[in-house]
Write a protein that binds this ligand. Structure first.
Ligand SMILES: [Zn+2]
Length: 467
């Protein structure tokens, strides 16, 4: 009782203060939606941001310091999401936000001691009636626009809303029976459809992660609703309508259309083996690239060059990006990879260390460092970097490839094969993976098997100079 009176008083005071100029600038820069909102809704976002920043406890993990920039960025995104509700919801049931600098990680030992902790690596977690935990690296990466349709802040805050009426089960509080029935009919059908597509490995607008449970489906659909409203309403009109009914807003009305999503932006589905297919694939990609904002298009183009072994072109593209923003650690890390392939080791080292100085957990840079150590005859040190890369991102095929090369160099072919088997499962058409696995099998004396893998690599990429 006392608490709620105290909170009301403090909140009134918070709301009476003018919205700081610097925060307005921050929101304009950091929250894509903010600048597009109608004036009245924008005002509501500002008020909610003030309350979320001022009232919640913001905790950094370890010595990590949560800055005003982080608070305003995160609060602003959550505020957009709740800014349509007729009666403002200031996330009153949420008291604490925990911000991690990198990936959130709980060991299986920690998880076994505390039943509330899930074991593994996460970009964010929302506990029922508990804190929201976010990886700042993930938030920042999504701000660059390189993960269209994804938004970890919206995702975790959606889980929080979902839990408000009891279970986190994909059914947020809707108010009346009729809306609940309609919600259930629409979302259940869409959930099953996504689960089927995910099982068959089909490309979908909604992230396959949403097929894990009804709760994840709601969170993933929420991300798409706010980030790609035009695409969602075109491809899933009933789902869009159900979400618009719950959030009491129509982001299509104010958010401009985003560029199309690249088919395998999430490491997903490319199935072109033949060269003719590959060319057709390239044309489609180029079209998609042209429609993207220049920076993102250049970045995607650089990745394309790298993927097809055009290291010289890749290095040139990343140089343009670094000239525009010397602190772009993703471009630094990828230029390092290109230079490594060109044999320009000292330059690769400089780029790689510059990237790691900005983000010590950058997986691409850790992989390059691992391979540089290998090139320079220090495989044990290389292994430490590769281990870290796999630990941060166990599903990253490049990290597995780098580590496999190191295992091979120190005479542990079985370990290499384990990493490469994992990689083949994720990207079954990646020539390098077969080539390295062939080398590992050779080291074990399994020559027939080995030649099969190497032949497969050559079939996949006949133009490349293998061995
Ligand atoms: Zn989730």
């Amino acid at each position: 009782m006392f608490f709620s009176w105290f909170r009301r008083r403090r909140r009134r005071r918070l709301l009476a203060e003018p919205f700081p100029r610097e925060w307005e600038e921050l929101l304009k820069r950091r929250v894509r939606h903010y600048g597009c909102l109608p004036a009245e809704q924008r005002r509501r976002v500002e008020q909610m941001t003030q309350v979320l920043v001022g009232e919640k406890e913001w905790a950094g993990v370890g010595r990590f310091e949560v800055t005003e920039d982080m608070r305003v960025t995160i609060a602003g995104q959550a505020a957009v999401m709740a800014s349509g509700f007729a009666e403002p919801y200031f996330f009153d049931r949420l008291h604490t936000l925990v911000i991690h600098p990198g990936t959130v990680e709980f060991s299986s030992e920690q998880a076994s001691r505390n039943p509330n902790l899930p074991a593994g690596l996460f970009d964010g977690i929302a506990w029922h009636y508990g804190p929201v935990v976010l990886s700042w690296r993930r938030v920042r990466r999504e701000l660059t626009g390189r993960a269209p349709g994804r938004n970890v802040v919206l995702h975790e805050f959606a889980h929080h809303l979902d839990g408000l009426c009891g279970q986190m089960d994909g059914a947020p509080p809707l108010g009346d029976r009729q809306r609940e029935r309609r919600w259930y009919a629409v979302t259940e059908a869409e959930f099953l459809r996504l689960a089927g597509s995910a099982r068959r490995g089909e490309a979908t607008l909604l992230d396959h992660y949403g097929a894990r449970s009804r709760a994840e489906f709601f969170a993933v659909a929420t991300e798409c609703f706010f980030e790609l409203p035009h695409d969602l309403s075109e491809r899933h009109s009933e789902l869009y309508a159900a979400l618009a009914d719950f959030y009491r807003q129509d982001p299509r009305a104010w958010l401009p259309r985003q560029p199309p999503v690249l088919a395998d932006a999430s490491g997903g589905q490319w199935v072109s083996i033949g060269r003719r297919d590959r060319r057709r694939d390239d044309v489609a990609r180029l079209r998609a690239l042209r429609a993207m904002p220049t920076g993102d298009a250049l970045f995607a183009l650089g990745l394309e060059h790298l993927r097809w072994g055009r290291a010289e072109e890749a290095a040139r593209v990343f140089t343009r990006l670094i000239d525009a923003d010397p602190h772009d650690e993703e471009s630094l890390a990828h230029r390092a990879a290109a230079r490594l392939r060109l044999g320009r080791l000292a330059e690769a080292r400089a780029d790689c260390e510059a990237a790691l100085a900005i983000d010590p957990d950058d997986v691409a840079a850790l992989c390059v460092r691992a391979e540089l150590e290998l090139e320079e005859g220090r495989p044990e040190e290389g292994l430490a970097s590769a281990n870290r890369a796999v630990e941060i991102s166990p599903g990253d095929v490049d990290a597995r490839l780098s580590r496999a090369r190191l295992w091979l160099a120190i005479g542990r072919p079985r370990k290499a094969i384990a990493d490469l088997n994992d990689a083949v499962g994720r990207e079954p058409f990646r020539a390098e993976v077969y080539f390295e696995r062939g080398r590992a099998k050779r080291a074990l004396g399994r020559f027939r098997d080995a030649e099969q893998d190497i032949a497969r690599a050559k079939l996949l990429e006949p133009d490349r100079d293998w061995e």
